[in-house]
Design a protein around this ligand. Structure first.
Ligand SMILES: C[S@@+](CC[C@H](N)C(=O)[O-])C[C@H]1O[C@@H](n2cnc3c(N)ncnc32)[C@H](O)[C@@H]1O
Length: 280
């Protein structure tokens, strides 16, 4: 991230969720606050998608919405089982706190201080009052420990918690990714939903890989380079080493198919994957 500046990619994914509410078929994720919090022209193209293959842009947008749907369902299931602590890591313009606001759960939004400050200004501009259940926790994953930030904010590590960590791991160093996953696993009962990226295929003949690389170059130029990649085998080994007893990993294609999104004949492990893991 660029020093003192909010995340540009947070804006881009918020745009994907808002656009999805108005223009995608099928709708895999419903967020009544997505358009309001964006506060800008929803149907315009984003700076990162300009000129890229519209099918790939659409598929990426559907993945962003499908991962939020999956996280939402996970949060709702955890709350219904009695979990009353929800932690959104690298929250950006996520609106979980508004969608689950009436549930008896505390929501902690952890984000880079510059992004969080910007979000609070946007909420105020959109006249979205901050729910009583929401606590903001400014943390730079590269400089501050999550443990210290969340302890200060009042998270009780002896009680169960569900963590949502979407669209963030790829922007962090491997050390920060490990530290975050280790921290979550150190609690008695925790669940996490997060996504990670496969290494971008090297072959210049692969059109999809070239488009993915073009997007990676654009976000890097905006100060948010992709830093950390995994394969499914690597992530499973890491999670098991850290003490997660259950790991469910699905590729973007598998996730989209599970929500009834037609994906054609493409079967690939590359691109983003979504993981659900828990410690008990
Ligand atoms: C692509 S956005 C995803 C936002 C949100 N999770 C969503 O799905 O809408 C990346 C998020 O990671 C956060 N982030 C990136 N680097 C960070 C760091 N070093 N410390 C804390 N947050 C960071 C950004 O502030 C931003 O909110």
């Amino acid at each position: 991230m660029q020093t003192g500046r909010p995340s540009a990619t947070a804006m881009a994914v918020a745009h994907s969720r808002a656009y999805h509410q108005l223009a995608d078929e099928p709708r895999v994720f419903t967020d009544p606050f997505a358009v309001r919090i964006l506060g800008e022209s929803v149907l315009a193209e984003t700076e990162f998608d300009h000129g890229l293959d519209p099918d790939l842009v659409r598929q990426r947008r559907l993945f962003i919405n499908a991962r939020s749907r999956f996280a939402d369902d996970t949060v709702a299931a955890a709350i219904s089982r009695g979990t009353d602590q929800v932690v959104i890591l690298g929250a950006g313009l996520d609106t979980t706190a508004y969608r689950h606001g009436s549930a008896k759960a505390r929501i902690f939004e952890v984000d880079h201080p510059a992004t969080q400050e910007w979000k609070r200004r946007r909420l105020s501009g959109a006249r979205m009052a901050i729910p009583n259940s929401l606590t903001f926790v400014p943390v730079d994953f590269e400089n501050t420990t999550l443990a210290a930030g969340l302890a200060r904010a009042g998270l009780d590590s002896n009680r169960s918690a569900v963590y949502v960590w979407l669209g963030v791991a790829v922007y962090l160093t491997r050390a920060s990714v490990d530290e975050t996953l280790r921290y979550i696993a150190s609690h008695a009962k925790s669940e996490v939903v997060f996504d990670y990226f496969y290494p971008v295929a090297a072959s210049p003949d692969d059109l999809t890989a070239a488009q993915v690389q073009a997007r990676a170059d654009r976000v890097a130029a905006a100060g948010e380079p992709w830093l950390t990649f995994f394969t499914a085998e690597e992530i499973r080994d890491i999670l098991q080493d850290f003490g997660y007893s259950h790991v469910d990993d699905r590729s973007a294609i598998e996730l989209l198919t599970s929500y009834g999104v037609p994906v054609g004949s493409r079967v690939t492990d590359s691109g983003p994957h979504l993981v659900y893991a828990c410690t008990a």
